[in-house]
Design a protein around this ligand. Sequence first.
Ligand code: S3P
Length: 433
Amino acid sequence: MSKFIAKPVTTLSGELKVPGDKSISHRSIMLGSLSRGITKVSGFLEGEDALSTLKAFQAMGVKIERDGNNVTIYGVGVNGLKAPKHPLDLGNSGTSVRLMLGILAAQAFDCELAGDKSLSKRPMGRVIDPLTKMGARIESNNGKLPLKIIGGQSLTAIHYDLPVASAQVKSCILLAGLYAQGDTCVTEPAPTRDHTERMLKGLDYEVHVDDNQICLTGGGKLEATKIQVPSDISSAAFFMVAACIAPQADITLLGVNVNPTRTGVIDILKLMGARLECLNQREIGGELLADIRIQSSELSGIHIPESLVPLAIDEFPAVFIAASCAQGETMLTGAKELRVKESDRIQVMADGLSMLGIENEVLDEGIKIQGGQFKKPTAVIESHHDHRISMSFAVASLRCDYPIEINGVDNVKTSFPNFVALANLIGLNIVEV
Ligand code: S3P
């Protein structure tokens, strides 16, 4: 089990490009595989999660070639997947399981899905239930992995009101809807990332979006195209927070995806007083990109608007570090989903912040954090093998007077394999041992 040792520095500067978006990378493999023709993907995230999806589709007979972050997918069409010879191991990746389940539920063959210890604890009932309503047969371990999908079912379209604001559940149902008879519609309680809808449209599939309802009709075809994956705002967020809290910082993050369903972290940091500007906004392949300049900032605590929660769902560990360095109290409510991510991100962050002497109160669906001074921890901070917890505490080193150690950082490679190299490039001092 490896750990980070992060030493304090005062100055961050320079320009950098963080790796490709994880959500878009997963979808490029899934939808490219189901397309007719050759899909060329550039900027693909070479992280373990996206690679789990890639390997799973290879195991289902799709020829996929990868040269670094360039991927060529020889699509087999919507009905061209073949039975894998072994259960598919999806490692740490919730997105792989939940989205693929929508596709697998409609195949002629049986298939088994497994994952690591963290993924095996995460709730899958949220996708099994609607798929079962559509006619799928899925066996689970009490709503958890491992899963067995019994093939050969014909799916019927449903109209589904999402009980939680979840892009994974929405995407799962829409993907199953590709195979279902009739119109499948999903209604969201709040907007969530819309990469599936955008990519389906980019592959010539009709998707109707009317306010908070998304509908498509089963039985169509997907046509291969070029996909350029923009930089992941979820990875960029660590450096946004780093620049805000560093004593002297002026950095620019290049070509970051600023799809409005993902920019909650920018809105939250700006509400806290961040000196952050989005420059050179442009559209590439149906997604919005910008260069983001961030300078050292005097942050103030806020009550985070609940409407921003789904739009910043993966960025809260980093936001909590910003809150710890802000004047006054920050309160997050309406965020119970954080408890079922790669770890219970409310409790695990609260434990780490307490070790650093930051006063906090865990709420059922959120947390209160009192900004203050980091104190020397008496022990190593535990990330619980959650990549985003590891990177967030590494960033906290910017406001410490001593090195801090973070345990169990192996999973950083699931989403941000070159995190340490890029962090050190702009001036942080992190070593992995
Ligand atoms: C994702 C959706 C979010 C997010 C996850 C990726 C996606 O999950 O936390 O990292 O790619 O659709 P939920 O749908 O569970 O909120």
